[in-house]
Design a protein. Structure first.
Length: 95
């Protein structure tokens, strides 16, 4: 992804924005889908593709690791080393 690109992902309870600030650098932001109010914003994290969400968990991935965040709070849930891709199918996020 390039700098200054913004992508969105919609889950049942949040609109998640991925704001790329440079090559492989992204800041995540969750908005209330009804009001547009910001629920949380992450620090800049490493990612190479669009985050995937099932509405409960938000997964970012890179060539080195995958990280999961709570879609409701932005809290970091887990990290796994390795090269990954992520996709959401029928409201379930997969690596």
């Amino acid at each position: 992804m390039q700098a200054d690109e913004v992508f969105s992902s919609v889950g049942p309870n949040a609109l998640v924005l991925a704001r790329f600030s440079g090559l492989n650098r992204v800041r995540l932001e969750a908005l209330d889908p009804r009001t547009g109010a910001r629920r949380w914003q992450s620090p800049v994290v490493s990612a190479i593709g669009l985050p995937s969400t099932d509405g409960v968990t938000l997964v970012t991935f890179s060539d080195a690791h995958a990280d999961a965040y709570s879609a409701a709070t932005g809290r970091h849930l887990w990290s796994s080393p390795g090269s990954y891709q992520a996709v959401t199918v029928d409201n379930t996020a997969y690596l």
